[in-house]
Design a protein around this ligand. Sequence first.
Ligand SMILES: [Fe+2]
Length: 283
Amino acid sequence: MDGGGIVEQRRETVGSVNSRVGYVHKISMKRKKKMVMKKETKKVRKQNATAIQELFDSCKLVFKGPGNVPSPPDVRSLCRILDKMKPEDFGLSTNLHFFKVTGAGKGNSRVTTTTIYQSDKFSLCIFFLPASAVIPLHNHPGMTVFSKLLAGTMHIKSYDWVSPPNSDSSQLRLAMVKSDNVFKAPCNTSVLYPTTGGNIHSFTAITPCAVLDVLGPPYSKSDGRDCSYYKEFPYSHFSNGETRELGEEEEGESYGWLQEIDVPENSEMDLIKYLGPQIIDTD
Ligand SMILES: [Fe+2]
């Protein structure tokens, strides 16, 4: 199992993908071997390239740049493509040792990420989470994000804001739970929007996972789309003494208090170069 792998050691900083993702650690050879893919036959490579090309071409039509949210028909068409995507479409095999390691607390739980494509309109990234790894609660300001779990079993918890922003961002802010579910691949795509669909979310890997994120537009600190992290408190804590009558439509929903925090240590990720089927950008 060597050659043609999806990963290659890279020493650059994460840069504009997410300025808060953190610095890059050297990927050890041991780890590299865990994640490389089998060499593809020419036929398989062509099929996989077709799938990723279809995704890319659709993204170019759907994402029109900062300030734009894809229309419902565009969201449906992108979901149709993503729903049927498989690890093989990105040169990954679930036969890899990485995906066979089960159980929590076994060794390194750092998240690894690779960027397939990035422009100012959208980006395509894959995150690799060992069992028990966490991508802590974070937001996607002004962004629409499609998340497709390619392999593994993952718990996703997400929130949308209920109360308006506080002048002091460290104060507790009320949010509604939009998802608190376990997803097992293969499963359909989750979509979040700038203010709905669970814009603030966390991923916790129950087994080793690979998840594809399509972000439109990507994070950009200079454009006001930096990533913030949050700590959650149960609704019953109500620690700031605030009381609030729930509307009729809100009764029966779950809530939590979120407090913005500094970048958590476990948000640092290793960056690897994407070496799977390539995209052809005709522009
Ligand atoms: Fe996210």
